[in-house]
Design a protein around this ligand. Structure first.
Ligand code: GLU
Length: 169
């Protein structure tokens, strides 16, 4: 079982997200990641295969991710091997929306093929990526995030909990 954490508040999100993920470690996982939106509205993502300590080292070794809103995830792979690319969060091709997800999207192949036919490029082997690519597809159409979320929920079948982060919010 994997874990999801979200944070919005007055302080930096990354330390809160990492603390939250640490509390969920007991559930088991194979990779971990975080996404935050900066004060300038940039969506930034860091993720890696392995323990949270690997993610912490990655974050420490690079320019600090800064922002007061974010989501984090510990993954237990069901679709796609445990690696850096398949780790969550996943980001849509427009780079506006990030998603973390627990569970399985049973009809992901059908949705993936229909999005590929529309010219959308996938970068991971996960079922999860269809959520974010579909979400961005609908969001681009009418710029209403909640309408896009409901449209996605109408399409996907399976078991899921998710965290969604959009750089416009
Ligand atoms: N099915 C998703 C994946 O393989 C989510 C797995 C999970 O619940 O961590 O990435």
């Amino acid at each position: 079982m994997c874990g999801i954490i979200g944070y919005t508040g007055k302080t930096e999100a990354v330390p809160k997200l990492l603390d939250g993920l640490e509390r969920l470690e007991y559930r088991g996982y194979d990779s971990a990641g975080v996404a935050v939106v900066s004060a300038e509205g940039d969506l930034q993502v860091k993720k890696s295969k392995g323990r949270l300590s690997v993610l912490r080292e990655l974050l420490d070794s690079q320019k600090q991710l800064s922002g007061n809103v974010g989501i984090g995830h510990t993954r237990w792979a069901t679709h796609g091997e445990p690696n850096d690319t398949n780790a969550h969060p996943h980001v849509g091709q427009e780079g506006k929306i990030a998603v973390v997800h627990n569970g399985i999207i049973e009809n992901y192949q059908e949705i993936k093929q229909s999005l590929i036919r529309k010219g959308i490029t996938f970068s991971s082997d996960t079922d999860t990526e269809v959520i974010v690519q579909l979400l961005e597809y609908y969001y681009k159409k009418n710029e209403n995030l909640m309408d896009a979320v409901y449209a996605v929920l109408d399409r996907i079948k399976g078991a899921y909990a998710m965290g969604i982060l959009c750089s416009d919010y």
